[in-house]
Design a protein around this ligand. Sequence first.
Ligand code: ADP
Ligand code: MG
Length: 256
Amino acid sequence: MAACSFQSITKSFGPTPVLRGVSLSIADGEFLTLLGPSGCGKSTLLRILAGLEVQDAGSVSIGERAVDGLRPKRRDVAMVFQSYALYPHMTVASNVALPLRMRRLSAFQRFPLLGRLLPGTARTAAEIDVEVTRTCKSLGIGHLLDRKPGQLSGGQRQRVAVGRAMVRHPAVFLMDEPLSNLDAKLRVQMRAEIKELHQRLGVTFIYVTHDQAEAMTLSDRVAVMLEGELLQVAPPQVIYADPDDRRVAEFIGSPK
Ligand code: ADP
Ligand code: MG
């Protein structure tokens, strides 16, 4: 079964076409990487899936369901942003708890009495604390719950952003260049952690990078993107050994 799919997605900003008819289906549990140079449309495609941007034409499904028009928080995805997008005035614990607290608040608003009885929608504050602590411990940041983002290293901040996505238990995990703000050594270490996280959670990951080494080591399949089009979607070894076209070969640096 497909965890999600894009059907003929197009998008322009003003006169500039950014996505030129992208179709792609991602299998349940797969680690798929969108790989391509800066400006080719990777983030825009991910943001359309998350509901943060609206396509001009085409359709997006998550699971069996077309989600076009659904608000971001009604979609079963969570995103780790390149900038991490943490709230600087809030502690680690509060940053990670935020999606659960928002969900609790909106359930209370809709169902003032029943809100807290609905499973998964409205956990009690104590239950949220337990979940946040457990998540942070599993990411090795359990001792940092009371710190603010400004008091953390880049790698620690990155883990907080991952934690905030994890607490939602999304069916699809979206990561937009999550390692690009880290130094080279930490990048390699965090790459291994992301791979481990994918195995541990067993959910679908869509990962965006312009870094071929990251794409090749992490992915079940790589989707090579250039100027708003997918040129080839295949396992890393196939992309290397048998690039479909000269532009893929040039970007990957393999000998075709
Ligand atoms: P990538 O993530 O591959 O670097 P993006 O999807 O961020 O590429 O951007 C693709 C193109 O769309 C770029 O030329 C970028 O400048 C443009 N773009 C992205 N978002 C916007 C926006 N909100 N308004 C105008 N242009 C945008
Ligand atoms: Mg981008």
